[in-house]
Design a binder for this molecule. Structure first.
Ligand code: TRP
Ligand code: ZN
Length: 500
């Protein structure tokens, strides 16, 4: 471990960066047949985040061995130190001469592929191939393009699985997304609050940072003795303390999108319980919550087993455990990190229901493109409507009516819910018009077809991703209705729906 002090990121001009990085996504056949090894694409093909994810391979698993030193003492600048060894198993989906991993703000010091060490070099200015096993890092801030470019030798034939080990590290900060909102490895007074939606995983490990490349995760996190590190899934073994450092092991074997990974560190009170059916619940509650926030949080977390049972109307809870991480710091929102949502300062009942519903809608079934985000937020919001109704706290009809009471000339209606643009992912309409869409759909096709469609959605697309078009197709199948006009009016038009 121990990141070298010299910078390994190289600032490349836009034109050169594009020449280097934008490569054909598919291997091109040579006349006469035979393989031709080319570079994997530098993005997964998502127009909102062109450099998120990568082409040419499919990650099977990430083993993240992290050592983290939180900031020395407040009110010193919130800077920690993160050193990592990422072991990534990936399968080539084309003949690969080169491939990228996304890595932002941290320096890779060493890369091995199946045990063979690759040397770091400067990016080749003209984009030509350099012989030998090499890697380099490219940063192009204007395009939010951060890539670790790896040139394996021997080249990797399509269908082969290799183990890539990246040693990396550096000081941690408080990164922000394109809207300026905190995300990624957010350094806090007492640790780190780690929430990556949509492309913040690259701020703490080398990754194919797009939901279309799900993988299994394992974590080994070493922190100063007394700190608690909480990640996705279940503890793989008891924490071990040696020489003032404690190591925590977590195992998340279920397919997981990178934006749903977490490895939060803090002064957490760790609580373990289980549901009546034996699902482990592990909560990590910051010991510095205000008494008021702690009381609200405790009341909400006590409802988790009952909430899980309620949502199982959509199918069995999809993962190996659940629970919450409640930090005393704030990123301004909560995130549905897989099996273990992260909350800012307090976990309110409706927010806990929202993040829990995401385990089915968003996590088991993830957006194919970030434009499909309404399928996450619409469902999670809709779940809070029906939970409130179940609890005798207002009806879903009332919640729907409240949305429909927004005047037609209000800018709320101008968002095209199924294509809000990269700066519109978390706008109010994505949540509220999204939920209203589902409510209206249930009215249109009937409760039975709607429930059947919701259940089939999870059955059909679990462990993968799905799009708005997939959703419409499935709902048409279960209802026997043509829903083209319905979805046009509700999610593909920037106007208030009047008839549908
Ligand atoms: N997806 C999160 C949720 O609904 C919210 C979220 C993630 C968010 N990133 C954000 C909200 C940025 C506002 C701004 O639970
Ligand atoms: Zn949400």
């Amino acid at each position: 471990m121990g990141a070298a002090s010299r910078t390994r990121r190289t600032l490349v001009t836009g034109a050169v960066g594009i020449a280097v990085l934008v490569a054909p996504a598919v291997a091109v056949g040579v006349p006469g047949g035979g393989p031709r090894f080319v570079a994997g694409a530098s993005g997964a093909g998502d127009p909102y985040f062109p450099y998120s994810g990568n082409g040419g391979y499919d990650v099977q698993s990430y083993d993240l061995d992290l050592t983290y030193t939180p900031p020395a003492a407040a009110p010193a600048p919130l800077t920690g130190q993160l050193d990592g060894v990422a072991t990534i198993r990936l399968e080539a989906t084309q003949d690969l001469a080169r491939f990228n991993l996304d890595l932002r703000g941290l320096d890779a010091s060493r890369v091995t592929i199946d045990g063979k060490t690759a040397k770091e070099i400067a990016p080749p200015a003209d984009g030509t191939e350099v012989d030998g096993r090499k890697f380099w890092q490219v940063q192009e801030d204007a395009d939010r393009e951060w890539e670790l470019v790896i040139q394996p030798r021997p080249k990797i034939k399509a269908g082969r699985t290799v183990t890539v080990v990246v040693h990396y590290g550096g000081p941690t900060t408080r990164p922000t997304d394109i809207e300026g909102v905190l995300y990624g490895w957010v350094t806090t007074r007492d640790g780190a609050m780690v929430v990556n939606e949509p492309d913040g995983a690259m701020t703490w490990y080398p990754v194919s940072d797009h939901p279309t490349d799900k993988a299994a995760y394992r974590f080994e996190i070493t922190v100063p003795e007394g700190k608690v590190a909480v990640a996705n899934g279940l503890p793989a073994r008891e924490p071990r303390t040696e020489d003032g450092w404690t190591t925590w092991w977590w195992d998340a074997p279920d397919q997981q999108a990178s934006y749903l990974s977490t490895a939060s560190v803090g002064d957490y009170d760790l609580r373990r319980t289980e549901t009546a059916s034996g699902l482990p619940i592990i909560d990590a509650v910051d010991d510095a919550l205000t008494p008021g926030n702690l009381a609200v949080t405790n009341a909400s977390l006590a409802l988790q087993p009952e909430m899980i049972e309620f949502l199982e109307m959509f199918g069995p809870y999809p993962f190996n455990s659940f629970g919450s991480i409640v930090d005393d710091d704030t990123v301004g929102y909560a995130l549905e990190t897989q099996t273990r949502p992260v909350y800012s300062r307090v976990a309110r009942e409706s927010t806990v229901m929202h993040e829990l519903a995401h385990q089915w809608f968003g996590n088991a079934v993830s957006p194919f493109r970030w434009a499909d985000i309404w399928l996450n937020e619409g469902w999670a919001t809709y779940a809070t409507w029906i939970w409130a109704e179940d609890q005798g706290d207002g009806t879903a009809q009332e919640a729907f009516d409240e949305v429909m009471a927004i005047p037609a000339d209000d800018p709320f209606w101008t968002t095209v819910v199924a294509d809000p643009g990269p700066f519109g992912l978390f706008l109010g309409p994505i949540y509220d018009r999204g939920a209203a869409t589902l409510f209206a759909l249930r009215q249109k096709i009937g409760a039975a077809a709607f429930l059947e469609g919701a259940q089939q959605w999870v059955v059909r697309y679990s462990d993968g991703t799905a799009s708005t078009a997939d959703f419409q197709t499935l709902m048409e199948e279960v209802s026997g209705q043509d829903l083209e006009q319905f979805f046009d009016v509700w999610v593909r038009t920037g106007e208030k729906p009047t008839t549908w």
